[in-house]
Write a protein that binds this ligand. Structure first.
Ligand code: 13P
Ligand code: SF4
Length: 368
């Protein structure tokens, strides 16, 4: 389900009393519910979450780690996912049937995941099969709806995250001659390029115009990139790189592979959220870095490494607005409703979709 479909189901909105509470009161209420409910609750939190929320996470991670933790945790009755909708869906698919997954604010979607819906994907697949016959393996970034993961699982493909994309694309080429990579063209392009596939052998599928754009002989197309992107990471530009190089000639630039190819090519390092965190962690005191990723994380890295000079690659960058939907009032409301036995914002993937989506996730998790 994409986020518009989720919202059409008329979700309850935050009661006024939670808007009026002070941060201190909200924090105390969250602490109290967590203490009273103990292991019956599990709160995974993505690194892009705000500090006011991430302080209460039982585990913090990137998309891969959070998927692995969801698959491992068998005891919590309620999983309160501090992240976005597709992550909570993944947790629901990977947890036991009796475990319930909740998203504190149903408006916490992901614009990238919404750039590929099932109707578009089925249409694209039909056209691509006409052109290339049975030579394509579909891969989807986990930043996609459960329906897209199910489509991929049904066609023998797998999910990938930014920290295992190279491994999964390499595996895909042992299965078929070419790949369809959904929904992030930039992660797909950057990954394939690192594996030595020339840019001219990558085509782009435009789901709006329903056309394939390519620059080589049709039989030489190796990678078909879905024309989707992350609205946060696309905001890092070549001009930002030049500005940093000019202002701070000794500064290193590190970016997430959801950034455009030109930006990644001009940077010193590129890698997943975990790669960025670990690289800065290991960097010597006194070193200086411009980071091209989500702003809540960049701010946290800056505050945790006061011995290093760290800035955002784009000085005007904002946090991911949908990640930011999860705030302390919504978290408190969600936890108190669960404890009172009146939960809302349940994330439920239908069993048919979950079965095929799990195939795609399991193919990734067994190789992660
Ligand atoms: P990772 O956690 O895989 O680095 O993904 C980043 C992201 O955009 C999550 O929405
Ligand atoms: Fe989606 Fe980008 Fe936000 Fe991640 S950072 S949730 S990919 S919009």
């Amino acid at each position: 389900m994409n986020i518009l479909e989720a919202l059409e189901k008329k979700v309850p909105t935050l009661p006024e009393k939670y808007r009026q509470m002070s941060m201190e009161e909200l924090e105390e209420r969250v602490r109290n519910v967590k203490t009273r409910m103990g292991n019956r609750l599990f709160l995974p939190g993505h690194h892009y979450q705000k500090d006011e929320v991430i302080q209460f996470a039982d585990a913090r991670g990137d998309s891969l780690k959070l998927a692995q933790l969801s698959a491992e945790n068998k005891e919590a009755e309620a999983i309160i996912f501090c992240g976005v909708h597709f992550m909570a869906e993944t947790a629901d698919i990977l947890t036991h049937q009796d475990q319930k997954v909740y998203l504190p604010d149903m408006r916490a979607g992901c614009s990238m995941a919404d750039m590929a819906n099932l109707t578009q994907t089925e249409k694209a697949w039909k056209k691509l099969m006409d052109l290339f016959h049975d030579t394509i393996l579909p891969l989807t970034y986990v930043n996609s709806t459960a329906a897209i993961k199910a489509f991929v699982g049904k066609h023998d493909g797998a999910t990938v995250t930014s920290s295992n994309a190279e491994k999964m694309v390499t595996w895909a080429f042992t299965q078929k001659e070419r790949i369809l990579f959904l929904p992030d063209q930039h992660l797909g392009r950057n990954t394939a390029y690192n594996l030595g596939i020339p840019l001219e052998h990558m085509a782009v599928w435009d789901p709006i115009k329903e056309e394939l754009v390519y620059d080589c002989a049709l039989e030489d197309v190796k990678v078909i990139l879905w024309k989707g992107h992350c609205s946060v990471h696309e905001n890092f530009t070549v001009a930002n790189v030049h500005q940093v190089r000019e202002q701070y000639p000794d500064m290193k630039i590190i970016v997430h592979p959801e950034c455009r190819r030109e930006v990644v090519a001009l940077s010193d390092e590129a890698g997943s959220t975990n790669f960025i965190i670990n690289t800065i962690e290991k960097a010597p005191a006194g070193s200086s870095w411009a980071i091209g990723t989500e702003m809540n994380l960049v701010k946290r890295i800056i505050s945790e490494h006061t011995d290093k000079h760290i800035i955002s690659l784009n000085p005007n960058m904002c946090p991911c607005l949908t990640m930011n939907r999860i705030d302390l009032p919504h978290l408190t409301w969600c936890l108190e409703a669960i404890e009172a036995g009146e939960p809302h914002n349940l994330i439920e993937v239908t069993p048919e979709i979950a079965e095929d989506a799990k195939k795609a996730l399991d193919r990734m998790l067994s190789r992660a």
